[in-house]
Design a binder for this molecule. Structure first.
Ligand SMILES: *[C@@H]1O[C@H](CO)[C@@H](O)[C@H](O)[C@H]1NC(C)=O
Length: 141
């Protein structure tokens, strides 16, 4: 890729569009998953009214929790790698809403200390559901 000078512009152009909607300012982190019951103990005073009907939501880890300001924020998330090859489902990007704090979820997340903990629906949309930990690229929208 991008070896010849004559191809450089075209190559940069293609690289830019392949990476949409994740331009270079997206962040890299990790994600676990958690199972029901989904009670937003960390956000909204524990009321479940704010859950998106898509069931694509997540609990924020300490890295993005922002002292509670993360509640309600939305992120584009995609799986970029995992310990087991072929764990990520290619071309899948989800938009999730933060509804809880990863440290206070009712059920125990599949891994601790991750950037975010995805609902089962969210996790299995971008990765093999039997995985416990994936590397993600994410960007607030
Ligand atoms: C998901 O991962 C498990 C365990 O690694 C594996 O047995 C299974 O075949 C994978 N499923 C898919 C659809 O790749």
């Amino acid at each position: 890729m991008c070896r010849r000078h004559t191809q450089l512009l075209l190559c940069l152009f293609i690289t830019f569009f392949i990476n949409l909607p994740f331009p270079s300012f997206a962040d890299v982190g990790t994600a676990a998953q958690y199972s029901p019951p989904y009670l937003p103990t960390g956000c909204y005073g524990g009321e479940a009214l704010q859950f998106p009907s898509s069931n694509l939501f997540a609990a924020a880890g300490d890295g993005i929790w922002d002292n509670g300001a993360a509640c309600g924020r939305q992120y584009l998330v995609r799986c970029i790698s995992a310990e087991q090859p072929r764990t990520c489902i290619p071309q899948q990007i989800i938009q999730i809403k933060i509804v809880d704090y990863a440290v206070s979820t009712v059920s125990t997340p599949s891994a601790t200390g991750t950037t975010m903990v995805l609902s089962q629906k969210a996790f299995q949309t971008i990765a093999n559901s039997s995985a416990g930990l994936i590397n993600i690229e994410f960007q607030q929208v």
